[in-house]
Design a binder for this molecule. Structure first.
Ligand code: DNO
Length: 362
């Protein structure tokens, strides 16, 4: 398991590369050009800027999250071909700087959705919260206005540029069913995967978060059967998944341990975090510790270990603790604690392989 840490870029993240470097076992950053609109080709000079900064901090940049998919691709519009061409060019450029995994998602309009970014957990910490009934009643346009007023802290999928087009997008998706999405993702994969293979980059689709349709928009990356169907759409080691325990875990019917065993060779990247699910379907993100939530974190790490997982792993959303002011879900402290918990589990399962202790010369 190779540990990495998400970094949103200078001026866009409260966490610094030097801080990331000091978290035990972290070797690289998970990055993206957050100011490039979905569908555009990534400019090489901006890619090189990130590479230079990471090099300086002694961190690699092998994992990109995300190269976002233009809505026209998800909608299957004729204009998708030009965006797919741009995507291919971006893949080729990323290969030049040593990228090995590209994480992306195929969720219509929105990326992850929560109703409260700072819900108290009872110990004074706060975390991202999803109140099921609110999504049904939520005034989308009020929400859009709130985010527009705070552009420094946009969330993935909620960028002001996209929010302005919300009504238009909702209209475009009218009549688009899950089966249409399946067809459109297959079209995308058939175009992209051969290019990714040629450049030795593994594509890793992220599950939908939450893993069910929202606002009447279809969602397909929701559970084990659908992931199985997805992987068969284009059967190649370069067509893989990002196993996100928190996204899949928001539906307690999802058996993530079983997914690890079934899909092990198609998982180049994992997001590991815990979530506490309530009976009414609400959920809150907790510390990574197994006992604090509903997700079998230790079972998942054990399953990864049993399958000799050699892919990348990052802690995912953390709580906001110790008065840290940070991007919602992306503070330093709780994610660093999460990493140490994940290493604790991993190393315990590796017991026996670390018994040799040597003293080195200075
Ligand atoms: C949330 C992330 C997602 C993820 C995308 C992948 O924090 O896990 O936003 O990056 O869904 O494209």
């Amino acid at each position: 398991m190779k540990m990495v840490f998400r970094w949103f870029g200078e001026g866009n993240d409260t966490v610094t590369l030097n801080q990331i470097k000091q978290i035990p076992g972290v070797e690289g950053i998970v990055w993206a050009l957050h100011d490039v609109t979905a569908g555009e080709e990534w400019p090489m000079d901006k890619i090189m800027e990130i590479k230079a900064k990471a090099d300086q901090a002694g961190l690699h940049i092998k994992v990109v999250e995300s190269v976002n998919i233009h809505e026209d691709i998800k909608l299957g519009l004729p204009s998708r071909d030009k965006y797919i061409e741009n995507y291919k060019k971006t893949i080729a450029k990323l290969a030049q700087v040593g990228v090995k995994v590209i994480c992306y998602n195929f969720m219509p309009v929105f990326d992850w959705v929560r109703t409260d970014l700072h819900k108290e957990l009872g110990d004074g910490s706060t975390a991202l919260f999803y109140e099921k009934s609110k999504i049904t009643d939520l005034d989308l346009f009020e929400q859009v206005k709130r985010i527009n007023e705070n552009p420094n802290f946009t969330m993935p999928g909620w960028e002001p540029e996209r929010l302005g087009r919300l009504t238009e997008l909702f209209d475009a998706y009218r009549g688009v069913t899950e089966e249409h999405l399946w067809d459109n993702v297959k079209y995308f994969l058939d175009e992209i995967i051969p290019v990714a293979a040629e450049h030795d980059i593994r594509m890793a689709i992220h599950p939908d978060d939450p893993p069910w349709p929202i606002f009447g928009l279809p969602r397909i990356m929701t559970g084990q059967a659908n992931i199985r169907r997805f992987l068969k759409l284009h059967d190649s080691p370069y067509n893989g998944i990002t196993l996100c325990s928190g996204s899949l875990g928001a539906n307690p019917a999802n058996d993530i341990v079983s997914m690890v065993h079934e899909f092990a060779d198609r998982i180049p990247f994992t997001h590991l975090r815990n979530v506490r699910v309530y009976e009414n379907g609400d959920f809150i993100e907790t510390s990574h510790r197994t006992q604090d939530g509903t997700v079998d974190m230790s079972g998942i790490v054990q399953a990864l270990h049993m399958n000799n997982f050699e892919g990348f792993c990052r802690p995912d959303h953390g709580r906001h603790i110790w008065d840290e002011q940070c991007r919602p879900g992306y503070g330093l402290y709780d994610r660093a604690l999460g990493i140490m918990y994940l290493w604790g589990l991993w190393d315990a399962y590796s017991k026996g392989s670390h018994t040799e202790r040597t003293v080195v010369q200075r």
